[in-house]
Design a binder for this molecule. Structure first.
Ligand code: GAL
Length: 809
């Protein structure tokens, strides 16, 4: 094992200051970990021989490299929440990737500056799961929940003179999840060394209880260790200019409280996500003992019966999506560039909110939401004391729920993006009086830890929670689906508003269309795909149009979180019982982040600044000549005319005839003939304002490459997502192409993974070859630590290859 030396390696994520005066230093343990799957006696010992173990960097997901196997975590279950009548064998429910079992991680470091009077903390942003943590052969702690943030005080175990060995044993059980949880140290691990006289870990809470256009009151409560100490706070604006400064020497118990005026405050909002910085120093006897730097936003939030959710005094509806934590081909291992790409895509769609379903989000995701402007619903659990899966959180609820909630709130409460907590998702405890007590108990813990934000639960058993009082006690009644019960819930619940905490669950496969085009639920086809006419949903769910009507017509519906923004690994409904399906079909974008048609459906409503004019399906239907092939257009315009090879198919106008007619322009009787389809949009005065056309493609000719970013950071982690499309000689997409592509990266980058969005593909993401699906796939190119050119070449038999040059800076 190579060892890491803390001394000169200083990393500051948003929370930590550091200084030559030895105040506080932070070491991120990313490289030189040794990993092995399996259980090993004595693996916690310093002298354990791990030479043969694989060297990995953290964040790391041991299971994402596969292979896929239908036997992995095969679950014979009756999914009650999916209204199933009998148990059936479910494959791929947790992704069919080898995440079950035991894995060990070891690394070593030295801390020569650690001495008497210092404190060292070992901090995990998450570890999947059942983490047993050892330092120098001694056990320092245990944490069962894989999504929890946690830390241990390791001061007494440190050897300042020599090497220190961290060993972590993780164990994932079968039947512990309803989706792919990932495996391993999938989030970052850090060591913080500070003085004993210091700010407590996660002990600072910044709020803005008074805000008007002239002034904001910034309230800072901070827990400290030490006597005769005082705190000094400097507040800087987004340009780094000092806008306020204050010293406070009064301490009540362990808490120092400051109220600091910031004049002419710039408010944080999704449209203008302005961030301030608080630099706190702790002094004792004239000496600086600790410092920390915390980003925060000045904003107000309020929820009321007459005005719904108000941000900075303005009623704002949640145009949100739910996201699972995996990043498709990267698995659960956190990568900030991958998260940023997701949010960039969602921003363009007009999305303004994220729900971290159904667990604690990564810190990286929260930082990005602060910076890019997304409201955030931070969730905690998918289960309480009653089980959904045998080895789920029900095993830990009684002992750990409070601790996990406390850490969630304390570690993340300074993020202005978080505007609501969720204590649970569709918990079976919705039934029965004990469940009501648990709901209150959890909500009280959230309130105790954070009196500024309300709490919701995603409730699917709406009738039951009306009867039991469960729904009435929640700050925010969140309904998962059940659009037919919104009115009744509004009527019977006392809050005066309802949130669509989970909506739609419409299913589709990018670029796949099924005929005849009909609204259907729970439909399965032999090819394991779902139709992208966006007419298919699950028995418990609905179409986006059903939600939109409520969102648009009812002031008391305060917004929605669509299930889901991106496809995720596991939960291949409606194909849970049909192998090989191993990832979801719910996404607005596919598993590789490529947009499905539905992206434009939401964009046409949510992005009110930019034009949307999108035609579906593709126009490559050899064999369907003369057959009815409906054409849909998703657009912000109300009216448009469709032409097939120059022949008008008539004008369609949005209307209230059906919910679908309100949000889609649909030409249901179009007969297929190869050539060109063109849509011309008209404004309300009948002027043509925009047009779009797509053409039948000729023979596949070459591979076209388009990068989302051509310049990336030479930081070893940054990613460019390059879309590879099989096109004809004129550049038209060959939407049925399934060519086997091969990837080669040279220069200052490396091939990281590929993904084609096909939920039935068993090709492995990390191998440098993959078939296109509906003519496309995405290649992830990762930067190295050196600047320079990176060249990606994509080739395939019978096609002219594509080459793109990227830059790492
Ligand atoms: C919901 C559940 C989600 C997901 C979704 C699929 O009931 O909360 O986790 O399972 O259904 O439609």
């Amino acid at each position: 094992m190579k060892k890491l030396v803390l001394l000169s390696i200083i990393f500051s994520v948003c929370v930590c200051g550091f200084g030559q005066d030895g105040i506080r230093s932070v070491l991120t343990l990313s490289n030189h970990w040794k990993f092995s799957k399996g259980d090993f006696e004595g693996a916690e010992r310093i002298d354990f021989n791990d030479k043969k173990w694989e060297e990995v960097s953290v964040p790391h997901d041991w299971a994402i490299y596969g292979p896929f196997d239908k036997e992995i975590d095969k679950q014979t279950v009756r999914i009650v929440q999916n209204k199933e009548k009998a148990a059936t064998e479910k494959y791929g429910r947790t992704g069919a990737l080898p995440h079950i079992g035991i894995g060990w991680y070891r690394t070593s470091f030295s801390l020569p500056e650690f001495s008497q009077g210092k404190k060292a903390l070992l901090v995990f942003d998450g570890a999947m799961s059942n983490a047993q943590v050892y330092l120098n052969g001694k056990k320092v702690g245990y944490r069962p929940y894989g999504y929890s943030y946690f830390y241990f005080d390791i001061s007494e175990y440190i050897n300042p003179q020599g090497d220190n060995t961290i060993a972590v044993r993780l164990e994932n059980k079968e039947k512990a999840s309803r989706w792919y949880p990932g495996a391993g140290l999938y989030r970052k691990v850090q060591i913080i060394v500070k003085d004993e006289i210091s700010f407590n870990q996660w002990g600072t809470f910044i709020t803005t209880p008074f805000v008007n256009s002239e002034v904001a009151k910034v309230n800072i409560k901070t827990e400290v260790t030490g006597d005769n100490v005082f705190a000094e706070t400097v507040i800087k604006n987004s340009k780094g200019e000092v806008v306020a400064k204050q010293t406070q020497n009064e301490k009540f118990g362990q808490q120092i409280e400051q109220n600091i005026a910031v004049s002419n405050p710039q408010l944080w909002s999704p449209e203008k996500p302005v961030l301030y910085t608080a630099e706190l120093k702790l002094y004792q006897n004239g000496q600086v003992k600790d410092s920390q730097t915390i980003k925060f936003g000045i904003r107000t939030i309020e929820y009321s019966a007459d005005k719904g959710f108000q941000l900075n005094g303005k009623t704002t509806k949640f145009k949100g999506v739910c996201l699972h934590h995996d990043l498709g081909p990267l698995g659960a291992a956190v990568n900030k560039a991958a998260l940023k790409r997701q949010l960039t895509i969602l921003k363009d769609m007009g999305c303004n909110a994220i729900r971290s379903s159904h667990n604690m989000p990564s810190h990286e995701q929260l930082e990005l939401c602060d910076e890019m402007g997304f409201l955030f619903l931070a969730e905690s659990f998918d289960e309480w004391a009653k089980s959904k899966v045998k080895n789920g959180y029900n095993l830990y609820f009684n002992e750990w729920a409070e601790k996990d909630v406390v850490n969630l709130v304390r570690a993340t409460r300074n993020h202005p993006c978080i505007v609501m907590w969720s204590s649970g998702n569709e918990v079976p405890d919705q039934y029965g009086s004990l469940g009501v007590k648990r709901a209150k108990m959890l909500q009280d813990i959230f309130h105790r830890e954070d009196p500024t934000r309300p709490v919701t639960v995603g409730m699917d058993q709406v009738k039951a929670v009306m009867e039991s009082g469960f729904g009435a006690i929640m700050d925010i009644p969140g309904l998962n689906y059940r659009v037919h019960l919104y009115e009744e819930a509004y009527d019977r619940f006392p809050q005066g508003f309802v949130l669509g905490s989970e909506t739609a669950s419409t299913v589709s496969s990018r670029g796949v269309y099924k005929f005849p085009v009909e609204i259907k639920s729970n439909t399965m086809y032999e090819d394991g795909q779902c139709s992208s006419y966006d007419f298919e949903f699950c028995s418990w769910s609905n179409l986006p149009d059903d939600d939109a009507v409520l969102q648009d017509d009812k002031d008391w519906v305060i917004g929605e979180f669509v299930w889901t923004g991106f496809d995720y690994l596991g939960e291949p409904t409606p194909y849970d019982t049909q192998w090989p399906s191993r990832s979801s079909y719910f996404g607005i974008c596919d598993l590789g982040g490529l947009k499905k048609d539905r992206f434009y459906w939401y964009r046409s409503r949510w992005n009110t600044n930019d034009e949307t004019l999108h035609i579906l399906p593709h126009w490559n239907w050899e064999g369907r000549e003369g057959e009815v092939t409906p054409v849909f257009v998703y657009t912000n315009y109300n009216k448009a005319e469709l032409f097939v090879n120059g022949k008008s198919q008539g004008i369609q106008e949005k209307s209230n005839k059906t919910k679908q007619n309100r949000y889609r322009l649909m030409w249901m009787d179009v007969k297929y003939e190869p050539g060109t389809i063109k849509v011309v949009a008209y404004d309300d005065n009948g002027n043509s304002v925009a047009e779009k056309e797509i053409k039948t493609a000729g023979a596949p000719d070459h591979i076209q490459l388009d990068a989302d970013r051509t310049i990336i950071s030479a930081d070893g982690n940054d990613l460019s997502y390059v879309t590879a499309s099989v096109v004809d000689k004129d550049g038209n997409l060959c939407s049925n192409a399934t060519n086997q592509l091969h990837f080669k990266v040279s220069g200052k980058g490396m091939y990281r993974a590929a993904c084609n969005g096909d939920a039935t593909s068993l090709e492995l993401f990390h191998l440098p070859t993959m078939k296109t699906f509906s003519g496309k796939l995405v290649v992830l190119v990762q930067a190295q630590n050196e600047p320079g050119d990176i060249v990606l070449k994509v080739s395939a038999k019978g096609l002219n290859s594509g080459t793109i040059t990227l830059k790492a800076k």
